[in-house]
Design a protein around this ligand. Structure first.
Ligand SMILES: [Zn+2]
Ligand SMILES: [Zn+2]
Length: 894
């Protein structure tokens, strides 16, 4: 594709153009190939309801950097994309949409509702995919998967059946968090806890055999007493020791129940005696199991009381609470009521108070799976970057409880289990069974529940590659290489993928886990809708270009630490892309010749400045590659940035202007052009993973210019697309420490002269004479670089030597081992300059007086905010330094 560089860098135009081009050429696609080394990343599938936020942007920028870099290194790269069906979240979105048309999910029925969700998915489900493309993500879109598509659904069923047959999946009674409004179980992290000003009701429970005596229990939820089956005390509690084993009568209900001893009871809380309601409290559920107590369920799924609640049957749970408390008061069962602050769980979706509820659920037995996952990290089959996250992963696995995988919603993978209507046996099958596996009856009913979304996400690294079929993809690309994710889902996702990979594939799903930081606002708060402090990545892309957004975010990623982001941070990326664009325009202009000659350039033609820039390039290639290997993305990017901006643009481009504008020979001009093109070519390669669009645009232009002007870059077999071209490698021949050392001295000399100009107020154009005195015991051979120095510092005469004396009436400056002297006679009027400097000195001294007065004022120091005092102290230091400098200048002026 031919391009000409417009004078203005217009990201929108080039980004759209190149993304389309890459997709048309299929450069992101790869096929299994046993002769190549694979490098694979599976995307953390965003929710199908998702809209790109800064967290996604960061996550995908990092993945794209890795994939683009490895692709250029020659790996057979696969970045597997896709989306997650996100069970409850998606069901809610569609429910809300239907509600605007006054349609309820229950009216439609399961089948039609699920159809509606699919319709929604087809209409809106690719929003986030298109946004990922805008960012430049080089996923293999031909392989895009969805956790509910046919292949992945087959993988889910197959895994369920296998785990069930091994006894790793079971059905059991369990205490779950239940939302009576949504009528579904909620995971622990789906419950939001809030402090609530409630009460502690102290209720008297009389002894059966001595009704005038009683034990007092305290509760925040009095209505649950209808389901009490015992009272527990701590076995070491002296107050109750003799009562253990006695029988109590439950007030109102009349149920007889024992006093049991359980060391779980905290003797110091309330009265030290607690009621046990196994069906309605998670701790009581466990205690009930320990003491073989049969739970009494008193509530229905919608939060109203059932027939076990006697006269309260049909009451809403909170109405029941009020009425029951009244009756208890009336019958003198209430000893006292005290205000009590406690935490109450709410449904994260509808904010209804959740109810601990006992129900039949499906579980994954975690211990054996978790032990294998612990082993995998201990033997380094899975390594975390930064390393500290391994501890988080391990501590969760070490304390893991069985995983409740059933959810009472409609959108998701329906559990492949059928209950026989005749004998009650359960048949689990990956297909649809026709008859009961126990009695042969054809009356089978499929379980109504669906699987937790994380169940299918846990299979993602192999289900996306076609498992349970033995596909070439699985064979070539599994296990994958690197997982890039957020610390928030180390338990939910990372650990579960490792468990499932080991169980199902007999191999870890990935070898490296890179955990990146969280994006925060400028002052360190999480970005959230309610705070309104979010920054929309799409708006930023629109304003600054995707490359600028990518670059800015990359340089903020310090080893997985959180990133403080504000809009102004994107200016850095924009300045950088602008700089790159302008450098390219300068280079292209200077590569053009009217009648280009094809001259074969060899290393013998290289000048000192060429040898220097090639050596610096070499070090940059080395360090950038090493940083990427260590997942130090900011260091990698900054390294190339520094090289491009400072070494290449500030120095090399300036130095070679003379060789381009007033060439000593056409061969030397060609050499300069060749090195310019070669170094810029390598810079574009190194920058490509970070800023893919602008580098492709500039590189295509460079290749065209180079070929039009018969410049030979001596690169064989290169690709015509930068995306697929080879990553730069270190070239030993270019290493030249001597050139680097010499150049750093030359740069110091030039800087010293420039500093003198600025402090003595001497114009750039004014030609000067300089005496450069070197100290130390180094071997300097700077004479041959006199031309370069004269040009860059605008010098007429130049004297260089060891430990030279300071000439009369000269300004001086010291940098490192060099001292520069500039005789001022005929350059400036020393008297006038002295006058100017004295005036300046006077101003500064006055300013210093004011600052000092403030700092001497004890009131000010005591009362002003600390940062204001610090500011004044810094100011004082600065002014003292300035005075010192001016005094040196005055000294030079005699
Ligand atoms: Zn709810
Ligand atoms: Zn049966």
């Amino acid at each position: 594709m031919q391009t000409t560089l417009s004078s203005q860098y217009n990201p929108k135009e080039i980004e759209e153009k190149w993304y389309r081009f890459w997709e048309e050429k299929g450069v992101f696609h790869s096929e299994p190939d046993a002769t190549l080394k694979p490098y694979t990343i599976v995307i953390p599938p965003p929710n199908v309801t998702g809209v790109l936020h800064m967290g996604h942007a960061l996550n995908n920028i990092i993945q794209d950097i890795l994939i683009r870099w490895r692709r250029m290194q020659g790996y057979n790269t696969l970045w597997m994309p896709g989306t997650d069906h996100a069970g409850i979240a998606t069901q809610n979105v569609v429910e809300r949409e239907l509600a605007t048309k006054h349609i309820k999910r229950e009216h439609l029925g399961r089948e039609r509702f699920v159809e509606e969700v699919w319709k929604w998915k087809h209409q809106y489900g690719s929003t986030i995919i298109n946004q990922l493309k805008k960012l430049g993500s080089s996923c293999d879109w031909a392989r895009e998967r969805f956790t509910m598509d046919d292949g992945l659904s087959a993988a889910v069923k197959e895994t369920f059946v296998r785990l069930y047959e091994k006894g790793l999946i079971y059905k059991g009674k369990y205490m779950i968090n239940w939302c009576p409004r949504c009528c579904t179980a909620l995971a622990d992290d789906e419950v939001e806890h809030e402090e609530h000003e409630g009460h502690l009701w102290h209720i008297k429970y009389p002894f059966r055999d001595a009704p005038h005596l009683y034990i007092v229990v305290a509760t925040t939820r009095p209505e649950t007493m209808l389901g009490d089956v015992a009272v527990a005390v701590n076995p070491n509690d002296e107050r109750y020791k003799d009562m253990i084993g006695e029988t109590l009568t439950l007030p109102i209900v009349g149920r007889e129940m024992p006093i049991v001893a359980d060391s779980f009871v905290d003797a110091s809380f309330g009265t030290g005696a607690v009621k046990i309601t196994p069906a309605h409290d998670p701790n009581d559920f466990e205690m009930g199991k320990r003491h073989n107590l049969t739970p009494v369920v008193i509530m229905q799924e919608n939060g109203t009381m059932n027939e076990q609640a006697g006269e309260y049957a049909g009451f809403d749970r909170f109405e029941c609470r009020n009425a029951l408390v009244e009756e208890l008061k009336l019958k003198k069962f209430i000893e006292m009521v005290v205000p009590h602050k406690h935490s109450v769980g709410h449904c994260y979706r509808c904010h209804t108070v959740i109810e601990p509820y006992i129900s039949d659920q499906w579980f994954v037995k975690m211990r054996p799976l978790a032990d294998a996952a612990i082993q995998a990290s201990k033997n380094k089959s899975v390594t975390f970057f930064p390393e500290r996250w391994e501890k988080v992963y391990l501590s969760w696995l070490e304390n893991v409880r069985d995983w409740c995988i059933s959810r009472q919603i409609w959108w998701g993978h329906r559990i492949p289990a059928w209950c026989c209507q005749d004998c009650g046996a359960i048949t689990v099958s990956s297909g649809t069974p026709q008859t009961c596996s126990k009695c042969g009856s054809a009356k089978l009913k499929q379980d109504e529940d669906v699987l937790d979304t994380w169940f299918s996400s846990a299979l993602w690294p192999f289900s996306t590659m076609g498992w349970p079929k033995e596909t070439p993809e699985l064979k070539h690309f599994y296990p994958t290489s690197t997982l890039v994710t957020d610390r928030g889902i180390i338990y939910f996702w990372v650990a579960r993928m490792v468990m499932m990979g080991l169980e199902v594939m007999r191999n870890v799903p990935f070898s490296h886990v890179y955990i990146h930081g969280t994006i925060l606002d400028e002052i360190g708060r999480k970005m959230s809708k309610s705070l309104g402090n979010g920054i929309d990545p799409l708006v930023m892309i629109d304003q600054y270009g995707a490359d600028a957004v990518r670059f800015s975010i990359t340089v903020l990623t310090t080893e997985g630490q959180d990133l403080k982001l504000s809009e102004s941070k994107f200016e850095m990326g924009r300045n950088f892309t602008n700089k790159l664009w302008n450098a390219a325009r300068f280079i292209m202009m200077n590569l053009k010749d009217e009648n280009p000659e094809g001259i074969e350039i060899t290393p013998a033609d290289y000048q000192f400045d060429d040898r220097w820039i090639l050596s610096r390039l070499n070090s940059t290639v080395r360090s950038c590659t090493v940083y990427l290997e260590q997942f130090k993305f900011n260091d990698a990017a900054m390294n190339v940035y520094e090289f491009m901006w400072h070494a290449f643009c500030d120095w090399y481009l300036e130095i070679v202007k003379a060789r381009l504008y007033e060439p000593v020979s056409s061969r030397d001009k060609k050499t300069t052009q060749t090195i310019l093109a070669q170094v810029f070519d390598q810079i574009l390669h190194l920058l490509h993973p970070f800023v893919p669009f602008i580098t492709e645009e500039l590189w295509q232009n460079l290749m065209q210019t180079v070929s039009d002007n018969k410049i030979n870059l001596r690169n064989d077999g290169r690709s015509e697309i930068l995306v697929c071209d080879a990553w730069p490698v270190v070239n030993k021949q270019y290493e030249n420490q001597a050139a680097e050392d010499t150049m750093s001295i030359l740069q110091n000399i030039i800087r010293a002269v420039r500093n003198i100009r600025s402090k003595m107020n001497i114009k750039e154009k004014q030609t000067l004479n300089a005496v450069i005195s070197l100290s130390g015991d180094g071997e300097y051979n700077l004479e041959e670089h006199a031309g370069l120095l004269k040009r860059m510092a605008n010098l007429e005469r130049l004297e260089i030597g060891m430990n030279l004396p300071k000439p009369n009436n000269a300004a001086s400056e010291v940098i490192g081992q060099i001292q520069a002297f500039i005789p001022l006679e005929g350059i400036i009027d020393p008297a006038a300059e002295k006058d100017r400097q004295l005036k300046h000195l006077n101003q500064i001294e006055n300013h210093l007086l004011i600052v000092k007065r403030k700092l001497d004022n004890k009131d000010f120091v005591a009362r002003a905010p600390a940062h204001v005092v610090t500011m004044e102290q810094n100011r004082e230091k600065e002014l003292l330094e300035q005075i010192q400098k001016i005094k040196l200048i005055l000294n030079d002026l005699g």
